[in-house]
Design a protein around this ligand. Sequence first.
Ligand SMILES: Cc1ncc(COP(=O)(O)O)c(C=O)c1O
Length: 249
Amino acid sequence: MELRMAIAETLYRGTGVKGNEIFVSDGAQCDISRLQMLLGSNVKVAVQDPSFPAYIDTSVIVGQSGKLEDKTGKYSDIVYMNCGAENNFFPDLSTTPRTDIIFFCSPNNPTGSAAILAAIRATDESPRSIFEIPGAKEVAIEISSFSKFAGFTGVRLGWTVVPEELKYSNGFPVIEDFNRIVCTCFNGASNIVQAGGLACLSRDGYQAVCNVVDYYKENAKILVEAFASLGLKVYGGKNAPYVWVHFPG
Ligand SMILES: Cc1ncc(COP(=O)(O)O)c(C=O)c1O
């Protein structure tokens, strides 16, 4: 519970997310699978295109995807939301067919594009969480990780936020089902790794993590400038560790 509270207080201050709504995990990849187990095969999903492979592959495994179409290399029952330079790598939801679930990843891997708050605050700052958007607690689940933020990719630590306000159409709280899945399929992140996570969220630890993130952001900026100086089109690298470069041909 200590880590859940620390995540809520450090990373979700002002959003209304509470410690009991945070499920500590062994990383985002694993929680994507557990989320798909919650959703089951009878839902239609939309994914960013391109996107991190786990969203599509888990859809295939749970039986949501339909058939692989030879011509396009895409699955018949998945809605692919084009994310390219022409739409600033942000899907146009007004033209996206309605689905039960939208997987939205920010910053997106591989495009390096981070969502901005322009729609609600007329600013280009990148939100830390979808729960900064009013009303999100009624419609969103957020999967997050210590992998990039604190270099825990091999150590394995993450979390998923399932708000109490999120309900099925019959009024049953989704958090109760997710709790059951987590308690059945996962026996918890080890005490050792949780202690590491708590250290990262302590006052000094958090400052040290932010310093390293700033260093990586500076590296991304150097890469962006180097590719741009070669005349190549470069995207991402701002509020994201990924840089997406267009190599003609
Ligand atoms: C978009 C995205 N989701 C999930 C993951 C998996 O992260 P984790 O190490 O927390 O499992 C990654 C890792 O690269 C990623 O880029």
